[in-house]
Design a protein around this ligand. Structure first.
Ligand code: ATP
Ligand code: MG
Length: 347
């Protein structure tokens, strides 16, 4: 253990002792008429050395030991294993109290972040349970109605089984979303970056969503100024998810005969800007700040609102944050919305 010794205390104490010893000796010798400078000088020096040594040893034995114990306790409490405290131990009490108060502050912050995480966990679990309950009860009620006798009617049997199947699809969809979001949030998901053509990727997504868009009478198109290919450096699978979530939203919350327009443009030498614009129902200003929260949905009961768990945009935000990029939204209620984000150009 590295001990930074402070001699100041011992020196001052020894000096004080020496001074009073010399003083009392002088007075004594003065009255016995034996006053002797040499004797006083030597005994003072002797007294100083002896008291310094004794005081210093006592400090080391007693106070250093105590302080060392405090340090060891503190080190023991420190959560991160690793090299034992690199700052040397000191008897400088001011330094020690500074260290301790710094340490308490650190622990307090840690504790607060634990509390916040715990709060978040509780809320998250509550929300998950709530989201799963509805489809689960739906499935259960169809199945038990069938078991209670309805299955003898072949038409009803098929109809209810189909509905139960839809409910199960919905459950799977929610669980997959939850899986994605927990992986991203807890840092399990590592980005697998590569260079790829984002225009190509958007075309693939358009093909995948063609049926869905047709059903809602929405046209998926590119902005006319979009180049034929733009290479970016990112995790392709995750960016595909970002684009899919945004485009699916534009279809879900679009108006019949509406359009979803994708544009990709160069923003600066490093970045491209991707925009997803629709002329759908739009979002009221008051909802915008909370839109990217998990489970946040604008209108849970609206006629057009299809089943959704409100995780889509939270996933989008997390993926883009993992890329060190941000997402921006502009929306006018009744007019339409535009979601835009940046991506790194191919290096
Ligand atoms: N393009 C859009 N136009 C209008 N409203 C939108 C649009 N995109 C999102 N919203 C609103 O934002 C809310 C949150 O969207 P988000 O994608 O996170 O959840 P969701 O679509 O409801 O569910 P999920 O995506 O998990 O199936 C939606 O409920 C919707 O009200
Ligand atoms: Mg969505």
């Amino acid at each position: 253990m590295n001990l930074k010794k402070t001699y100041k205390f011992a020196v001052v104490t020894a000096l004080l002792l020496t001074f009073f010893l010399a003083l009392s000796m002088s007075v004594f010798l003065f009255f016995t008429n034996d006053f002797n400078f040499k004797l006083i000088g030597f005994s003072s020096l002797f007294c100083f050395v002896i008291s310094f040594v004794i005081v210093q040893i006592r400090i080391e034995r007693y106070i250093y030991k105590k302080i060392e114990k405090i340090y060891n306790d503190v080190i023991f409490l420190e959560s991160e294993p690793g090299p034992v405290k690199s700052t040397p131990i000191s008897t400088d009490l001011e330094f020690l109290s500074k260290e301790l108060s710094q340490y308490t502050k650190l622990k307090k912050n840690e504790l607060e972040s634990f509390k916040a995480r715990e709060e978040f966990r509780k809320e998250f679990v509550g929300n998950v349970a709530h989201e799963l309950k509805t489809p689960l009860f739906t499935v259960q009620s169809y199945i038990s109605t069938l078991l209670d006798g309805a299955m003898s009617d072949k038409d009803i049997l098929e109809k209810y089984l189909k509905r139960a199947d839809k409910g199960v699809d919905r459950l799977i969809y929610i669980v997959q979303d939850l899986d994605t979001i927990t992986k991203i949030e807890f840092g399990d998901a590592k980005l697998e970056k590569s260079n790829f053509d984002i225009i190509e990727l958007i075309k693939t997504i358009f093909e995948q969503l063609e049926m869905k868009a047709k059903k809602e009478k929405i046209t998926l198109t590119f902005d006319e100024l979009t180049p034929t290919s733009v290479f970016v450096n990112a995790d392709m699978k995750r960016i595909q998810q970002v684009l899919t979530n945004l485009i699916v939203n534009s279809i879900k919350y679009g108006q019949a005969n509406g359009t979803t327009e994708l544009s990709v443009e160069s923003l600066n030498p490093d970045k491209v800007l991707v925009r997803v614009t629709d002329n759908g129902e739009g979002i009221e200003q008051e909802h915008i700040p909370r839109l990217f929260e998990r489970f946040y949905r604008v209108d849970k009961s609206g006629a057009r609102s299809e089943g959704g768990s409100g995780l889509g945009l939270a996933i989008v935000k997390h993926i883009l944050e993992a890329h060190n990029e941000t997402i921006h939204i502009e929306s006018k209620y009744g007019i339409g919305s535009e979601f835009s984000f940046t991506l790194q150009k191919q290096q």
